[in-house]
Design a protein around this ligand. Structure first.
Ligand SMILES: *Cc1c(COP(=O)(O)O)cnc(C)c1O
Length: 240
């Protein structure tokens, strides 16, 4: 992969992260008293750049969304003190490649996938943390459980011993502005507060993963405690 770690780029990264942290603190004033984890979404970002931000700016959580790309970078990543998440949609036949490498899968959206995560986790004696992805905008071409099926889905996957549901994740539809984003995020937060504790008992430190570059402040105000940011940290992606 092409590396872009010039001194100018290093300075940009530092400035971007500093500004984002200020915005997070500002948004938290109108939020629900929650802590917020900043996860760097690192698709198309070279390992060298990822290591630079984790080693220099206290970034503790990174997320990849393609299995192939994760495997290509994996050996080059410095994962000391860093949690590697899987945030993209996941094909059942690829679970085996990442099961031992990631701390959490954000995109659980079918019983078939749950079954395979459970099976592969069992093989290596791991309990895999997962988030259930909710398709809050009920968009046709998007992954995630539709809101109306969330309760029954949580029941169905409760049989898998090697999966631990830690919370919910959502990718909001593309919205025009904050008011429209709020609608989706508030709806997701309601599920997080009402449905999740009802279905999953003794849930440890529940996670609500929502908010990306163009919506993270709104997401925080609506109760998100984990935001996934790519563009605002690393700049526009030049290749896919
Ligand atoms: C790319 C990606 C992000 C980050 O998106 P930006 O708009 O670049 O901040 C967050 N979540 C997922 C699942 C992604 O694939």
């Amino acid at each position: 992969m092409k590396t872009k770690l010039s001194n100018d780029y290093k300075a940009d990264l530092e400035l971007n992260i500093t500004h984002i942290r200020e915005k997070i603190e500002e948004a938290k004033k109108d939020a629900k008293g929650q802590d917020v984890t900043l996860l760097c979404a690192t698709k198309t970002v070279p390992a060298e750049v990822i290591n630079y931000v984790t080693e220099n700016f206290g970034i503790t959580d990174i997320g990849e969304n393609r299995v192939q790309e994760l495997l290509e970078k994996y050996d080059e990543l410095n994962l000391e003190n860093v949690n590697l998440h899987f945030i993209g949609s996941l094909q059942t036949n690829k679970v085996k490649y990442i099961i031992d490498k990631v701390c959490m899968i954000h995109s659980l959206d079918s019983v078939r996938l749950a079954k395979e995560i459970d099976r592969q986790a069992k093989k290596i004696g791991k309990v895999m943390d997962v988030l259930v992805e909710v398709n809050i905008g009920e968009e046709e071409n998007k992954g995630g459980i539709s809101p109306g099926e969330l309760e029954s889905f949580l029941d169905e996957i409760s049989v898998f011993d090697n999966i631990r549901v830690r919370g919910l994740m959502t990718i909001a539809p593309n919205c025009e502005g904050n008011a429209e984003y709020s609608k989706y995020f508030e709806k997701t937060y309601a599920f997080f507060i009402d449905i999740l504790p009802k279905k999953i008992h003794n849930i440890y430190s529940p996670i609500l993963s929502m908010g990306m570059s163009d919506s993270f402040e709104t997401a925080i105000k609506c109760g998100s405690n984990l935001i996934r940011l790519g563009t605002v940290i690393f700049g526009r992606r030049e290749y896919k």
